[in-house]
Design a binder for this molecule. Sequence first.
Ligand code: AHR
Length: 488
Amino acid sequence: MINAAVEQGTIDRHVYGHFAEHLGSCIYGGIWVGEDSEIPNVRGIRKDVVAALRAIRIPNLRWPGGCFADEYHWEDGIGPREKRPTMINTHWGGVTENNHFGTHEFMDLCAQLGCEPYICGNVGSGTVREMQQWVEYIASDSISPMTNLRKENGREEPWSLKFWGVGNENWCCGGCMRPEYYADEFRRYQTYVRNFGDNEIYKIACGPNEADYEWTETLMKNTLSFQKDQHLMKGLSLHYYTNYRQSATEFDESAWFEVLQKTLVMDELITRHSAIMDKYDPEKKVALIIDEWGTWYNAEPDTNPRFLYQQNSLRDALVAALNFHIFHEHNERVRMTNIAQTINVLQAMILTEDEKMVLTPTYHVFEMFKVHQGATRISLNLESNDYTFGESSMPQVSASASRDSEGKVHLTLSNTNPSDSADISCDLLGLEVSSVSGRVLTAEQMTAHNTFEKPDQVRPVDFEGARLDGSNLSIVMPAMSVVVLELV
Ligand code: AHR
């Protein structure tokens, strides 16, 4: 049943956020090709990729890492490119980083995309001063050494800067810190992440890995302001990957089931971390920000395993849909997420090879689900059969409903069962609707995926399986599918 009269808060558009790290060919090749490239570009940034990401209304982009962030020294990435020093990207294949894509290029990318920048500062190997000066360089309009330096480098106006991460995975690649130690470091670093003019920064503390509840407890307990009246951060991050170190495209039903089952763990993680946060922040002022999520398989054969380049199948589309439905359920606390990663790395939206580009099944889910961005979640109660495999089961159908600013209601659904269709009957309360239309993403094979040679193996097509009968909506979803419906 959909009960449109029961509103359940906003689905923050930032739940549909992205993450691009200096890793493999995410930045270099995937986004940045340089101004002299024959690949069509605007100031060195690929046109095709920008157009594709604008089409899914990318709301924000996290950069420069990831583990890379805590090794990155921003001053190396400004000024004339030919004079920028190089560094070794020790985490990701030991390759030489030429720093050609730095702060100006990233801010230009965000402007071209029309999205908010989310920069992750370096706590692990950086200094407080370095972080302080980076924020000043970007956001200050006062007369100051950093403002002058920015102007010398060609940017007169400060940029608007909203999201700022104080370190990444500081429990591991960001410095192997204990939560008590990081909490103190967070307190110190964040003090100097200043608001310049009316630019107010939304500070995000490094949160737990998966089920590390002690980290959340310690952080929430130890990050109150001096007056003890508020937390020093607006967001606490959580990282959870659907980790399954096997092939991305060669698998059977047991691997299909296991990957989807591991994805559903996200719900328990959010529930339990949120419960801890509730103890210290009952008004839910601090958001839980899942700024790394997605599938992590073996890298494609014959590629550098440290470049984390993997294909993306219909199974990944289901993973994305399940995750979004979980995020929507927790919209009171989960106000931003970032899939890892946008291009050519892990559960990517887009794969590129020189001038070629292909959109993955995951991209299509982002495109279909964009109707939920900023919409009001409305009550939805669906009873579903289980999908059983061997001794284990999971719900066959997951779904979300929302109403957008024009009053249109959207319903998204996923059917996890690779063999059986799902018959759904849904009563519509508090809704006057006269038509239903929709699209479906599915394929003949669970391993179906898009390649440069066959880019449209998995793509949304018109859906004919929904019928309105008075105030009842009946839906017949094909096996292993994702559906979006619009009710007007
Ligand atoms: O997304 C790849 C890596 O996974 C990130 O750099 C790191 O934060 C996480 O461990």
